[in-house]
Design a protein around this ligand. Structure first.
Ligand code: ADP
Ligand code: MG
Length: 219
């Protein structure tokens, strides 16, 4: 991969028709549809950070996402990586379809597949860590996971540690929530028990909430 839309020093010159998401918040990429090597592609473009102090962080995000996609090569539940350009842009296969947040009436079948896909991902030692409706595209009935920016691959010896377990639980929790919202299916008693947070997580979350409220009160 070696061609990207021209860049005017501030933003890539892409039409609104091609733009999938404008990076508004800190370290969010511009995401747009284009063609690379004659294939429909999606580019996540962080070039606006070139020459800024945040450039190394943006490069790291590109590298991390590329690494996970490379690992998942050939898996039907993730887009194929096409490559990276200049370290600040990542190109992948365009997955046609609707995101789960826009799809009308997602089926149980799609969620069953998604649940299985997530279990496979976890078994490979990877957690997604940002599982919500806009990060899943349903393409010809197959759910495809997108946006591996926050994904994390634990080394083998850490996979049964409390942090990895918590990340997996959190992914599953997001999935169960999506499922309930879109299909009305409530988690089974077994699932609910599996997803219940251990005491230390609840304590940590509670402390963080109190601290956050306190800080907000001061602002
Ligand atoms: N490979 C892809 N195929 C189709 N649409 C995509 C693809 N990658 C991203 N998108 C669309 O672009 C949006 C933003 O991409 P995403 O990777 O989630 O970026 P961000 O990290 O800014 O959330 C997604 O919600 C989805 O609608
Ligand atoms: Mg996203």
């Amino acid at each position: 991969m070696n061609t990207l839309p021209a860049y005017d020093g501030h933003r890539p010159a892409v039409s609104t028709a091609q733009l999938l998401k404008r990076g508004e918040r800190l370290l969010e990429p511009d995401v747009y549809r284009t063609e690379l090597g004659g294939r429909p592609a999606v580019v996540k473009d962080y070039r606006r950070y070139r020459g800024t102090p945040l450039s190394p962080v943006a490069r790291l995000l590109v590298r991390r996402e590329a690494r996970v996609l490379r690992r998942l090569k050939g898996w039907k539940h993730a887009p194929a990586l096409l490559g990276t350009v200049g370290g600040l842009a990542l190109g992948m296969e365009f997955v046609p379809g609707e995101t789960l947040s826009r799809v009308q009436g997602a089926s149980h079948e799609v969620f069953d597949q998604l649940q299985l896909a997530l279990s496979r991902l976890h078994a490979a030692g990877i957690t997604h860590n940002d599982l919500h409706g806009t990060n899943v595209v349903v393409s010809a009935g197959v759910p495809v996971l997108l946006d591996f920016t926050s994904a994390w691959r634990s080394p083998r010896w850490l996979r049964n540690g409390p942090i990895s377990r918590q990340l997996r639980r959190s992914d599953m929790k997001n999935l169960v929530k999506m499922r309930q919202r879109l299909t009305g299916q409530r988690p089974s008693a077994e699932q609910a028990a599996l997803l219940a947070e251990p005491g230390w997580v609840q304590a940590l979350r509670g402390t963080w909430k109190r601290l956050y409220r306190h800080l907000k009160g001061q602002a």
